[in-house]
Design a protein around this ligand. Structure first.
Ligand code: XUL
Ligand code: CO
Length: 436
């Protein structure tokens, strides 16, 4: 056992003072006719939870994530698997997400890296069968190695493009081997530092070529899940091509990829793009492309991707409103989040997930209550009711043009002001449901 002093985490209710217990996440509690755990398929991100140990630009690791083995060895890769499965089991987390090089140390030769991946994936598969834990999605890390300094699909080097393709092929193989629900493309370094040295059109065409190759290969080997783009506006590049949900959807439609791709929306990426989390969820959902979520949060006072565990219950509530209205996710909620650098103990690892899971449990319950209350949805429905009758109905049905409307306006005189937006009253309803 790796987390010897940590018990199985149980639901103890809102009054519990036990830091190693859920206060709100009650896996089997029914919400809108479905158990919480079905509404909230949580996933552990291999890279943060089993890898990130606190290194930042100014200092080295604070946490010990060796799990009793020497880092950079296959023994350590296996210790991470042991730690990860024990961790997920103790929390009741049913999915994980991974990059290829989260699983094994990368070798100089891709044949050796792939051999290591075969070995570790056999080991993981045994654990998956034993525990029932599943894979939410896989991806390839096409941004850490110096070869990707100019991107992967967008690289000026055809050899780097080919190498990225090889990594993607193997990562799709692994995702299929694990029965993963999705395969993610986060842009990584697909973007630019300056337009002075960039052929933007060519780079975007090449990214689309690489994605088409991934779809062709994945479908050929029997991958039935969704491919995802995970939008992010900046960091590491100054500008990233998958800026936000709307941009990524435009790109997918432009290059004929929209039937195979959906979006994986990350809260901190949406806020970096100057949007709310719920904005990017809404844009995805209204295009039928809301696939999965990277559940984290940023810091409004910092301009970068802080990847914090979700704490903001308002944000989680607005997220869950979008998810419930969309009929749920085909993917899940991946905690792409890391404990703060001074939170370096094993207890902190668990307490971070408890915070995230409880925040989303609250968000789910409050969103369900807002839907059941009906006043907010009712207001929005009523707000547009002028299009259900008279001239509004004709506009929506495409029965009138500019001349008809000009004639109508002549007779109308000055239109009445539209009804009040009622923002404050609606916010009061939200607070009443949150705290009443
Ligand atoms: C980076 C990020 C990635 C993706 C997977 O900001 O979110 O970890 O989720 O590559
Ligand atoms: Co992410």
């Amino acid at each position: 056992m790796i987390f010897e002093n940590i018990p199985e985490i149980k639901y103890e209710g809102a009054q519990s003072k036990n830091p190693l217990a859920f206060k709100f996440y009650d896996a089997d509690k029914m919400v809108l006719g479905k158990p919480m755990k079905e509404h909230l398929p949580f996933a552990m991100a291999w890279w943060h939870n089993l890898g990130a140990a606190g290194t930042d630009m100014f200092g080295r690791d604070t946490a010990d994530k060796s799990f009793g083995a020497v880092k950079g060895t296959m023994e350590h890769a296996k210790a991470k698997v042991d730690a990860g499965f024990e961790f997920m089991q103790k929390l009741g987390i049913r999915y994980f997400c991974f990059h290829d090089v989260d699983l094994v140390p990368e070798a100089d030769d891709i044949k050796e890296t792939n051999r290591r991946l075969d070995e570790i994936s056999d080991y993981i598969l045994v654990k998956m069968k034993k525990t029932g834990i599943k894979c939410l999605w896989g991806t390839a890390n096409l941004f850490s190695n110096p070869r990707y300094m100019n991107g992967a699909g967008s690289s000026n080097s055809a050899d780097v493009f080919a190498f990225a393709a090889a990594q993607i092929k193997k990562a799709i193989d692994l995702t299929v081997k694990f029965g993963g629900k999705g395969y993610v493309f986060w842009g990584g370094r697909e973007g630019y530092e300056t337009l002075l040295n960039t052929d933007m059109k060519f780079e975007q065409e090449n990214i689309a070529r690489l994605m088409h190759m991934a779809v062709d290969y994945g479908r050929r080997i029997g991958f039935k899940g969704d491919f995802y783009i995970e939008p992010k506006p900046k960091e590491p590049m100054k500008h990233q091509y998958d800026y936000d949900a709307a941009t990524a959807i435009g790109f997918l439609k432009n290059y004929g990829l929209d039937k195979d791709f959906k979006l994986n929306i990350e809260a901190n990426h949406a806020t970096l793009a100057g949007h709310t989390f719920e904005h990017d969820l809404r844009v995805s959902a209204m295009n039928g492309m809301l696939g999965s979520i990277d559940a984290n949060q940023g810091d409004p006072h910092l301009g970068w991707d802080t990847d914090e565990f979700p704490f903001d219950v308002y944000s989680a509530t607005f997220c869950m409103l979008e998810v419930l209205r969309a009929g749920g996710l085909t993917g899940g909620f991946n905690f792409d989040a890391k404990s703060r650098r001074p939170s370096y103990t094993q207890e902190d690892m668990f307490e971070s997930f408890i915070l995230g899971m409880d925040t989303f449990a609250l968000g789910l319950m409050k969103a369900a209550a807002i839907i059941e209350d009906g006043r907010i949805d009712g207001f929005v429905k009523e707000k547009y009711s002028g299009y259900k009758k008279g001239i509004g109905r004709k506009i929506v049905k495409g029965q009138v043009g500019l001349e008809d409307l000009a004639e109508y306006a002549d007779k109308l005189g000055a239109p009445e002001l539209p009804g009040s937006g009622k923002q404050e009253a609606l916010e009061e309803i939200v607070n009443q449901i949150m705290f009443g």
